[in-house]
Every structure is written in C-alpha cells, then in structure tokens.
Design a protein around this ligand. Structure first.
Ligand code: ATP
Ligand code: MG
Length: 422
C-alpha cells in the first residue's frame, strides 16, 4: 500500500462562509494529522453546493494522498457531501441496508420513528467503509480511491472527534511511514516580534539546514511572542535531542524574556514562582476591569497564591477602598505613576498580600488628551522592597490595549519574581 504523507481538509457548510460560524474542525484535524506525520497542504471551506464541492474535491484529490471532509452528512437536502464526493469519484450511491437498520434502531431506542429523510444518510458511495457514529445519526465514510484515501466525517465536533480518534486515526497510522512531526514552543514576553526575530534569526537560520532540519515559526499575540520549532522524521530520540538543542540555544539568547519552553502561560509560571517564594498577590485594576484577575484565576490551584483584588474603576473606589490620596489624583490625574503606585500599595495593604499589582490607563476610544493619549497605561508592582511603576504607550484598539496591559503587568510581576534579588 502506498503510504499517506499529505492531506487536504475540506470543511463543508454554507454557514461556515458567514461571519457567524467558524471552521474549527480543520484546526483539530490538522493537529491530529500532523501528530501522525501527515502534512496538511491546504484547507478549504466550501458551501452546501454539490458542484462547488465536487470541483474542489476533484482538485484536492489530484494534489494529495488523503482528503478529509467534515460536515454536510446530515439527512436534509442541503447536506450534499455524499453526493458531491460520489459524483467526483464517479461512484454510484447505494443504500446500505445495515445502515438503514442502524439509523432506524437509533430512533426507536428513543421511542421515535425514523423520518424518511434519514434514509439519505444510508445512501453511500459504492465500496465505502462505514464509520460508526455513536454520538449522532450521520455515519462517517472511508473510501479507497485507487491508492488515495478519502474520509468523510460529520460536522458537529462532538461527533467528528471521537470518530476520528476511534476509527480514522488507527487506520491512517497503518498507512503512514512512521514519520512524525515533533514540536516545541518557546513563549516570550516583553519583546516585540521584530526584536525576537532579530535575536533568534541567527540561531534558527542554521537550525533549518542542520542534520535534523528544524523549522521555526514566529506567532505574535498582544504582549506574547511564541517561537514554534518543528522537525519531521522517524527517529524520535534523535529529533527530540535536536529540538532540545535548538530550544536551549534560542532560550539562552532570549534569556529573561523567556516565559516557558514547555507550553506554560505567564500566569502559570507566576503561580509556581509565588509558591516557591511562599508569597501571594493581590490586584487593583482600573481600565482592565478584572481581566488580570480572570487570567490569574484561570490557573487551577490559584487560591494558594492569589488573594483577590479590587476593580477600582471610579476614583472614589481608588480613594475609598484602596486609600489613594485624593490629592494625588487631583495633582497627577488618575492615569499617572503616583496613582498607579498608590493603588498597588493600597491593594497590597488592604488585602494583606506580599505583592500588589495595579493597572490604570486609557483604553479608548475616548478619554485621551494630548499629553495622555489613548493607550497610555500605568502598571505598578508593590512589594516589601518598594514599588515599581512603568508608563506604557500602547497602540491598537480598546481590546488590544487591555490585553497588552494585562500581559505587561503580569510580566512585571514575573520579572520581579525571577530576578535573583527577589
Ligand atoms: P448533522 O447530522 O448534525 O446535520 P452534518 O455532518 O450534516 O451533521 P453539518 O450540518 O454540516 O453536519 O453541521 C452541523 C453542525 O456542526 C454545524 O451547525 C456546526 O455547529 C458544526 N460544524 C459543522 N462544520 C464545522 C466545522 N468545520 N467546524 C466546527 N463546527 C462545525
Ligand atoms: Mg447539515
């Protein structure tokens, strides 16, 4: 049997061409296929249209060893995947008696009679192998088209995923070369994408042409840059060692800005650092309205190191609850380093934590002024050795400014916790 090395994914469904539904199945399938060494060459979204689907499928099958479709296997007339694929492959649709029985039984078990429409789901391209769907009525299908493979999966993720794992993955593994894709992720905070690129490029450039070629990709999100290293091959030990060497070289050149090399988020590393310092943190948030606390409490077990916080949006909460002197606000404005420092010190004192964090800023789109434009954000950290403040000038819209502020204040805490003197 010819091995399966390459794949294309077709997500079928007109709703996926609207702004209301997103094709997430292809993300799941790409991860699964990569994991067993199959490269995904392209992903396409096609509407519920037999012609469009048959055309697209025909092209895909001409390029790769495996085509996986999701969606459009339901009983209604807008579910056209079976027809489109059968037409493109020149296979007749034949009703599978055992399948009619299985679908009928599924309805009867719930005390219902099978609607005639569901018969359509038992019409399968001749020669197809049926993939059982314990979580729905739409069966999946496996079709051998010469030495290529075609797999049709249902659209709902809770039906598609178990079917892939139980039936498709093992059958595909029997057709792969044993070659796999291995990955490592380095998370970096406090540096821009171009800055990371500048430092990392001289290292990952040569990695790409070494004995075990390592591919590096940079992914940016507000405040955090990820370097993804991947290598393909069969020898797990050799590839693992090569990736480890690459990670070590890159991580040491990026030094203190490396958050983790094992997938952990900033807040997870903060939790571990606070535990090892036997310390806890409290948070005062103005323009981020609780987003920092949300991130910290996303981490399971955060009660061991997160005390709580105050959303100090109105000035009277800053003064009343956190004890910020009204004269500071009158003199410097609510978005200022003196007020940020007083908020961090206040929340640390009021809630009895070793570390106090604060954010006060102008997220926009309104509220800016010439000397404090939208995107001006003050972050502060108070602890027993004193208080640190920084003024950030962030770009982007309101959600961007808020996300960036959250990461910046978390990174300020992380940096303080990893610093040898803390
Ligand atoms: P059904 O029997 O449920 O109709 P189906 O195979 O026909 O199964 P679709 O009708 O295409 O599936 O999709 C059903 C639902 O599954 C969609 O409304 C959507 O919520 C989800 N879905 C479909 N395709 C995708 C996709 N590519 N990514 C994420 N969800 C999807
Ligand atoms: Mg459908």
């Amino acid at each position: 049997m010819t091995p399966v090395r390459t794949a294309e994914i077709l997500a079928v469904g007109s709703e996926l061409l609207t702004p209301h539904r997103i094709d997430s199945n292809s993300l799941y399938l790409t991860a699964q296929l990569n994991d067993i060494g199959i490269d995904v060459r392209s992903k396409t979204v096609v509407g519920d249209d037999v012609r469009a689907l048959a055309d697209q499928f025909h092209q895909s099958l001409g390029r790769v060893d495996l085509v996986v479709t999701t969606g459009g296997l339901g009983p209604t007339s807008d579910d056209v995947t079976r027809e489109g694929i059968a037409e493109a492959l020149g296979l007749p649709l034949v009703e599978d008696e055992a399948l009619v029985m299985a679908i009928r039984t599924r309805f009867e078990r719930r005390g219902l009679t099978m609607p005639e429409a569901n018969r359509r789901q038992a019409a399968v391209p001749a020669g197809a192998r049926i993939l059982a769907n314990p979580n729905g009525t739409a069966p999946g299908l496996w079709i051998n088209a010469g030495d290529r493979v075609v797999v049709l999966l249902p659209g709902p993720p809770r039906e598609m995923q178990p079917m892939f794992e139980r039936e498709v993955r093992p059958a595909l593994m029997a057709r792969t070369t044993g070659r796999r894709v291995w990955r490592r992720v380095i998370k970096i905070a406090g540096r821009s994408e171009s800055h990371v690129e500048e430092i990392a490029q001289p290292i990952y450039g040569p990695l790409a042409s070494s004995d075990v070629p390592i591919e590096t990709t940079i992914l940016a999100s507000p405040g955090v840059i990820e370097l993804h290293l991947s290598a393909r091959g069969e020898d797990a030990a050799a590839i693992g060692a090569a990736l480890d060497r690459g990670v070590t070289a890159l991580a040491s050149s990026l030094a203190a800005s490396v958050v983790s090399v094992d997938g952990r988020s900033i807040e997870e590393t903060i939790g571990q650092l606070l535990l090892s310092h036997h310390s806890r943190v409290a948070v005062a948030e103005s323009c981020t309205g609780g987003l920092v606390m949300g991130r910290l409490t996303d981490v399971a077990g955060s009660s061991a190191w997160f005390v709580g916080g105050v959303v100090a949006y109105a000035n009277e909460v800053k003064t009343g609850t956190l004890g910020v002197a009204p004269s500071l606000i009158a003199t410097h404005g609510a978005v200022s380093e003196p007020v940020g420092a007083a908020m961090a010190e206040g929340v640390r004192r009021v809630l009895g934590a070793e570390f106090g964090l604060a954010i006060t800023g102008i997220a926009g789109p309104t509220g800016g002024s010439p000397e404090k434009p939208v995107g001006t954000v003050v972050i502060a950290l108070a602890h027993e050795k004193g208080t640190v403040t920084r003024t950030l000038r962030l770009g982007g819209d309101r959600p961007m400014v808020r996300q960036h502020s959250v990461v910046a204040v978390l990174e300020l805490l992380r940096q303080t916790l990893v610093a040898p003197s803390s």
